[in-house]
Design a protein around this ligand. Structure first.
Ligand code: GLC
Length: 480
């Protein structure tokens, strides 16, 4: 029976890896067997070269996403009506004509923007890198661009380059900086692509003839020149390029032209959303945490704190600090990074609800960061939950039912148990594959030794009556 059980569990791990390997992401399916005309770094590097290139990113575990642009002016309302959906999509969801949307630039003067404070906020939260929208689907560049005058320096009364100011502050404060760039959708440049919403039924899903044009020309005249500017004008940054929403317009040949540019920056990390069958470095589950991560693949769960990426004045549906911390722990226990979003308003000010939560997460990490940064995934797995024997998910597969009692992360000579619910008397752990030589609570400054006794094929760890942290108390097992 034992052998059978072992084989069954091995099979489930392999199938999970296979599924993860061909993960469907954000409208893009890539076939890793494709031979690219232009080889990407992922096609040519050795595993050791890849590990070296990804090392800082895997150590970081936690980053700040910033969605900020012209859409923060309407902030979810257009012509007096609330426009449903995520704030940065208001031009598309609101079927706003190009000229009307571009006119927002003349009103954009975010004098409340303070790069020092935003980078300091990321640091206070325990975030090790920042990814900011340099150009979103609306086509407005939040940086000085010679390639297109529709940018924050040339088209607004602000006349400053916030990307440059953030780069200077990140350099000073020791935070890494990456750029989100919408390489494919561009709703104000002729030829830029558009995902369909509402009644945008024309073949290219445009809603204004000013958007019509040739996609390759858009890439050659705007997107590729702007990516060159972003890759050349900000010193050692960006360390990450975060592509988004690829369409069928992005053929392997056109994507290959972008990859030729990326190859000139061999340490760059980029995600799986370029298009053209390139898989990039990271899976990008958006607004959810995959049941078992992506075994063997780097991945980053990007999530909002409320329900929108770009600022909406009336979205107050902020997740609790408990949810944010437990998401971070859950993600790290599955070997992923957490890219948590802030959406500054039209003055460049970060909503107070987001500032408050980030400081609280940072306080938890000040005490417990050792259990997150640079750790490896859980040695166990069943603690994350189980697959329903009856319910199906939206893809018709057995629905994963997460459990929220505890998680685990792994260090070279430590196993960390993040306890969400506090066991009475002792914590029992089965299938411990390492020899446990001691135990203590990470938040206990004296690291008082806890009694560990063998129990069946596992151990019992005696615990004090009360948790040291109501959200997550970390039990440390010293191991050989
Ligand atoms: C989706 C949205 C985009 C947002 C991104 C963040 O792709 O289209 O607005 O920037 O998610 O992951």
């Amino acid at each position: 029976m034992k052998t059978l059980k072992f084989c069954a569990s091995l099979l489930s791990i392999l199938s999970a890896a296979t599924v993860a390997g061909s993960a469907q992401v954000a409208g893009e399916h890539y076939n890793m067997a494709d031979q690219h005309r232009v080889k990407a770094v992922q096609d040519t590097e050795t595993p050791a070269q890849r590990d070296a290139r990804m090392a800082w990113w895997r150590e970081a575990r936690f980053g700040m996403f910033i969605h900020w642009g012209l859409y923060s002016i309407p902030a979810g309302t257009w012509n007096g009506k609330q426009v449903p959906g995520i704030g940065e999509w208001i031009m598309n969801r609101g079927t706003i004509p190009v000229a009307d949307y571009k006119a927002l630039a003349s009103k954009f003067n975010p004098t409340g923007f303070n790069a020092h404070d935003i980078v300091a906020l990321a640091k206070a939260a325990g975030m090790k890198y920042i990814v900011i929208t340099s150009k979103h689907h609306d086509g407005f560049a939040m940086f000085e661009s010679k390639a297109d005058p529709f940018n924050i320096v040339d088209a607004t009364p602000f006349h400053r380059d916030p990307i440059k100011e953030l780069a200077e502050e990140c350099r000073k404060q020791g935070v890494k900086l990456g750029f989100y760039y919408s390489q494919d959708q561009d709703w104000t440049a002729p030829g830029g692509a558009a995902y369909k919403t509402g009644n945008h039924d024309r073949p290219n899903h445009h809603w204004d003839t000013a958007q019509d044009g040739n996609f390759a020309e858009y890439l050659h005249k705007k997107a590729i020149p702007q990516m060159k500017e972003l890759l050349s004008n900000y010193g050692e940054f960006p360390v990450v390029i975060w592509f988004d929403t690829p369409t069928d317009d992005m053929t392997p040949e056109l994507a290959g032209e972008i990859v030729e540019l990326l190859n000139q920056h061999p340490n760059l990390i980029w995600n799986n959303r370029l298009g053209g069958s390139y898989k990039g470095d990271t899976e990008t589950p958006e607004q959810y945490i995959p049941a078992q991560g992506y075994p063997g693949r780097d991945w980053e769960a990007c999530m909002t704190m409320n329900d929108t990426w770009g600022f909406k004045s009336y979205d107050m549906n902020f997740k609790s600090t408990e949810t944010l911390i437990r998401n971070l722990v859950d993600i790290a226990s599955k070997g992923g990074n957490y890219l948590l979003n802030i959406g500054p308003d039209s003055k460049g000010v970060v909503p107070a609800a987001e500032v408050e939560r980030l400081h609280a997460v940072g306080k938890w990490l000040d005490v417990n960061g050792e259990a997150i940064y640079g750790t490896k995934p859980t040695l166990f797995g069943a603690e994350a939950g189980s697959f329903s024997k009856t319910e199906k998910d939206k893809e018709g597969k057995p629905k994963f039912i997460p459990a929220w009692n505890w998680r685990s992360t792994t260090g070279p000579d430590k196993v960390y148990i993040e306890l969400f619910s506090w066991p009475k008397g002792s914590f029992h752990l089965d299938n411990v594959s390492r020899e446990v030589t001691g135990a203590y609570l990470l938040a206990d400054q004296n690291h008082t030794a806890l009694k560990v006794t063998k129990s069946g094929n596992g151990i019992d760890v005696a615990l004090p009556a009360k948790a040291l942290d109501s959200i997550a108390t970390v039990l440390v097992l010293s191991t050989k």
